[in-house]
Design a protein around this ligand. Structure first.
Ligand SMILES: O=C(CO)COP(=O)(O)O
Length: 357
């Protein structure tokens, strides 16, 4: 109840920023027990001195804000009249959504996707990329604005030579693109690409300057026979041997049994695997790589399940297939939402429910 009143008063005494700058800032003044409280949401490190809050505020601040802003750190400062609560957001891992068009587009389909993606308001805190067939890389790059990256869906392990049907990392860059998806589950299972080949491709792509969405996956048989982690661990070990620069790698985990099968992975199942992947990085690469590498999920991600998944502690985004061809991709890009709008929405909801009483 107390928390409800706090929220309700904050919305009444504030006005919303009409547009959100890239470094999100929200200031709210609230009079409580003769203290003025400033709530600041920032993605930048703060130099604020950390001091204890009054017991009352200590209880209130996390209660109101923690459910809205996952991974936050509350830092508080005080002067004689003002208590400042600074919410440091986890800015180490930018939310990453890649819509993989696979072999499902032509120029006119690309035009219509570009149209709805450019018309939409995309959360600037999400890094958005599309996975494009190689023959349309230049075209997609020309049509899309710069805030949407373009990835190839595959490339070979060397710069040039007699390898009919293949494309090189250099060619992808020559088309103006900076990403490539490697080891996609469809490459692994339909085209039987082994770990060794994927490792060599990843090594070459990184050396050539591309950024890589490196995929690992489990099949239905892996899950049914209880060998999920064994399979993923082998894929991770092979992959890690090829990575020279983790800052240019996003790991995508796909539950193949949940991709276009009518069966959905539960958030718990997804979180369990993502957390194991992060632990693997922590134990086998380094703490800083584990803390900073983005790990994303693939397997029938849609408008319906993206928001719930986006709250998972170890999830940093999505690799999206069929929903990337529809306007669902906008919801998915915006799934984590801006922290500011999430807080504001919460306050508005509180106010509405107060009016209903
Ligand atoms: O393979 C995938 C993305 O590359 C997942 O596809 P769906 O989202 O259609 O299951």
């Amino acid at each position: 109840m107390y928390c409800t009143r706090l929220a309700s008063d904050v919305i009444k005494t504030s006005h919303l920023p009409s547009s959100l700058p890239s470094v999100l800032r929200l200031k709210r003044w609230y009079k409580l027990s003769m203290l003025r409280v400033i709530i600041t949401v920032t993605s930048q490190p703060t130099t604020s001195q950390v001091i204890p809050l009054t017991p009352q505020l200590q209880q209130l601040a996390p209660l109101v804000l923690t459910p809205l802003v996952p991974k936050l750190t509350l830092v508080t400062t005080t002067t004689t009249t003002t208590t400042s609560i600074v919410i440091k957001m986890d800015s180490q891992r930018r939310f990453f959504v890649i819509g993989n068009w696979k072999m499902n587009v032509d120029k006119s389909r690309i035009d219509s996707i570009v149209k709805f993606m450019t018309a939409a308001s995309l959360n600037p805190r999400t890094e958005a990329v599309v996975g494009c067939p190689s023959c349309y890389l230049s075209y997609a790059r020309q049509q899309l604005p710069n805030n949407i990256g373009v990835a190839a869906q595959n490339c070979y392990k060397v710069a040039k030579g007699n390898f009919s049907g293949e494309i090189s990392a250099a060619m992808i860059e020559d088309c103006g693109c900076e990403w490539v998806i490697l080891g996609h589950p469809e490459r692994r299972t339909i085209f039987h690409e082994p770990d060794d080949l994927i490792r060599e491709k990843v090594a070459h792509a990184l050396k050539s300057g591309l950024k890589v969405v490196a995929c690992v996956c489990e099949t239905k048989e892996d899950r049914d026979e209880g060998r999920t982690w064994q399979v993923l661990e082998a894929q991770m070990a092979s992959l890690a041997a090829s990575v020279s620069d983790w800052s240019r790698v996003v790991i995508a985990f796909e539950a193949l049994w949940a991709s276009n099968t009518g069966v959905l992975a539960t958030p718990n199942q997804v979180q369990e695997v993502l957390s194991q992947l992060r632990q693997w990085l922590r134990h086998n690469v380094s703490h800083s790589v584990a803390d900073t590498t983005r790990i994303i999920y693939a397997g029938s991600v849609s408008s319906d399940n993206c928001q719930e998944m986006a709250r998972l502690a170890d999830l940093d985004g999505f690799l999206v297939g069929s929903a990337a061809l529809r306007t669902d991709i906008i919801d998915i890009i915006n799934a984590r939402g801006s922290y500011v709008s999430r807080i504001v929405n919460f306050f508005s909801e509180q106010e509405r429910s107060l009016k209903r009483i």
